[in-house]
Design a protein. Sequence first.
Length: 73
Amino acid sequence: MDPVLPIVLAVVLFGLLGSGDLVAFSLIAVGFVGIQMFTTSPAGLLAATSIRTATNNRPVTALPLFIWIAEIL
């Protein structure tokens, strides 16, 4: 592994957090930058595929509906 990669990722993370971005969005951006720097795979396609795979089952589909019903009630 290239020794510059962790330094670049730390700088990106602290830069985003220092600018006032939310932690979740900062971590997503750091992951995206890491994929772009570390692999030759397209980062957008990998993110879309992993999100679809993680949410493509019935129990996960029901969770937003339960939250919505709780808000209504």
